[in-house]
Design a protein around this ligand. Sequence first.
Ligand code: V47
Length: 386
Amino acid sequence: MSSALAAMADSLDTELRIRPTDPRLFAIADRVVAGERLSPADALALFESDDLIGIGALADAVNRQKNGDRVFVCANQHLNPTNVCILRATCTFCSFARTPREDGAYTMTLEEAFHEASLASDTPVREFHIVGGLHPKLRVSYYEDLIRGLKERHPGVEIKALTAVEIAHLARIEKSSVEDVLIRLREAGMQTMPGGGAEVFAKGVRASIAQRKLAAEEWIDVHRKAHGLGIRTNCTLLYGHVESLQDRVDHLGMLRELQDETGGFLTYIPLAYHPDNNELGEALGRTGTATTGFDDLKNLAIGRLYLDNIPHIKTHWIMNTAMVSQIALHFGVDDLEGTVRRERIYHEAGAHTPEGMTFGEIVRLVKDAGKRPVERNVHYDEVRSW
Ligand code: V47
């Protein structure tokens, strides 16, 4: 072991407050303490273990070493310009999408989108998070105008916009390349991209829950291209439905591999499947029963341990609840989704959480967990802290 590694291992060891009690995790704990990369078999053992406290303690030690007691928070607003989606019939897990003439279908005019964005002017928003359906007719120019218009109306605001799936769809509509679409959006003011649309990469699962969605390799390739253009992105896994534990490990493996290659991912967000008002939830007989807090914490902690090259791990409190998210701050998480303001995707799917939180509530949540809230910009630079 190099002396640098030995020093790191020493400091980790002294900070490992609790050791796992599950014998299958003893060797894994040693590897974590030694700063060694975990193998796919290690990740599977972690997912199979019920030693949540042991797993959480390992993730907490790694997180404290990377981020100290900082928790990144952000005053943001989600904007979903349309729910019209050409994948309406085949993404069986989604409760948000509509066909153009279906009840509840909407597509915002630019003025409507600007109006919704202006509702946040009482608490200055630093970041707009823009995602929506794959509309058959909206062109890149709509999103360029939306982003430019938001920047004009909210000087200083930063833009995280469009999943890899939306980018690839726009490239198809425009008969241009993914790079061209990314460059046009970047010139309009898009700074980073959210991590949605990854779902589960495993072929069998993807075929059953998201049959016509961008294939795994294509999702990875859009992110590779974004990273190549200097656009940092996020990544996700949609868990808690029909995927196996091995599928989760393989999915994380693909994210880790791309990150080794590009270093472009900022944060990983495990997304907890919500089963209401969608075909998959009905088929599984799961209506009204989302994932459990135990599995939510495990997914977050294992994300921290296995994705050793991704700097941040985010809890989406809208899905995991504010209470589980607060506890997650001691299970490897250093990044808390922001104020959100108006949430549609998970509320259509049965989320019982509020649609938004005030910035003050978020700061209090972090402080009460004994952590230090740090307001970030889209690049995770510190803007202010408490
Ligand atoms: O890709 C859709 C998920 C994602 C359901 O990057 C569902 O900072 C659960 O990616 N149950 C979009 N999940 C949202 C997303 C996101 C959210 C917050 C922050 C960031 C970020 C990204 O929502 C989709 C899909 O995986 N989703 N339907 C459902 N029924």
